[in-house]
Write a protein that binds this ligand. Structure first.
Ligand code: ATP
Length: 229
């Protein structure tokens, strides 16, 4: 179905979500508010390209994202990367290919403003992404502050720093003025939560409460996930 939900930018939030936690949820919620997004499309990676295999299946990670965002009318899930990963001979999930799919006329089309949401740690690693420079032909980038990962212009790899200088905008309102190509940053409530920390707590009988939604914890318990590091 074509997405005609208005002229406001659409947030695109990819991740491994192994498992999804409150850091992810606050990032998406605060991005929606601060960047005046029409909504946020969550896209769990099928086979993440830049890290080892996730601890649980793509289908389980997708199920947990669905539970986490179920009651938020601004959030929706896109299962395409998970579906693709289950096809024989699946390739890793690449953001640039996902954005090309979203740009097709039967999805968001060429003119809709799309904003890829990511944490500062992920942004620093951008030059490792497949065809990373092409991302800016397809979407804007909004970088969330993350505890322990300052957005430090001087510390960026040279190619990324040049790109940042050329594309950075102070005002997030500029995101609605074009389909793609800008970089903005936004300060979210600092939450030093990571999926790594949660996996470790679960494997060592620690309590993960208040780090991720209760529904997701119940799913983890029911399916006996993350029993080992
Ligand atoms: P792991 O610990 O397994 O590496 P993670 O907690 O970083 O996982 P991912 O699924 O890899 O979670 O992250 C998806 C996106 O969310 C990335 O862009 C990441 O930078 C961002 N993110 C994750 N946790 C936070 C957080 N606490 N604050 C801000 N951004 C975050």
């Amino acid at each position: 179905m074509p997405d005609r939900s208005g002229d406001r930018p659409l947030g695109i939030f990819g991740g491994t979500f192994d498992p999804v936690h409150l850091g992810h949820l606050r990032l998406a919620e605060e991005a929606a508010d601060q960047l005046d997004l029409a909504g946020v499309r969550w896209i769990p990676a099928g086979q993440p390209a830049l890290r080892g295999a996730p601890q649980v299946t793509a289908r389980q990670r997708l199920a947990m994202v669905r539970l986490a965002i179920a009651n938020n009318p601004r959030f929706a899930v896109d299962a395409a990367e998970v579906d693709a990963s289950e096809v024989e001979g699946a390739r890793p999930s690449y953001t640039v290919l996902t954005l090309e799919r979203l740009r097709r006329a039967d999805a968001c089309g060429a003119q809709r403003s799309l904003v890829v949401l990511l944490g500062a740690d992920a942004f620093a690693g951008l030059p490792g992404w497949y065809r990373w420079q092409s991302l800016f032909d397809l979407a804007h980038l909004a970088i969330a502050h993350r505890p322990g990962f300052p957005i430090d212009r001087a510390g960026l790899p040279a190619g990324l720093a040049t790109c940042y200088d050329a594309r950075f905008c102070e005002r997030s309102t500029t995101l609605a003025e074009s389909p793609a190509g800008r970089i903005v940053t936004f300060a979210m409530t600092p939450l030093a939560i990571s999926a790594t920390q949660i996996r470790s707590l679960l494997a060592h009988d620690g309590s993960p409460r208040y780090l991720l939604p209760d529904e997701v914890i119940a799913h983890i318990r029911n399916h006996q996930l993350y029993l080992e590091d």
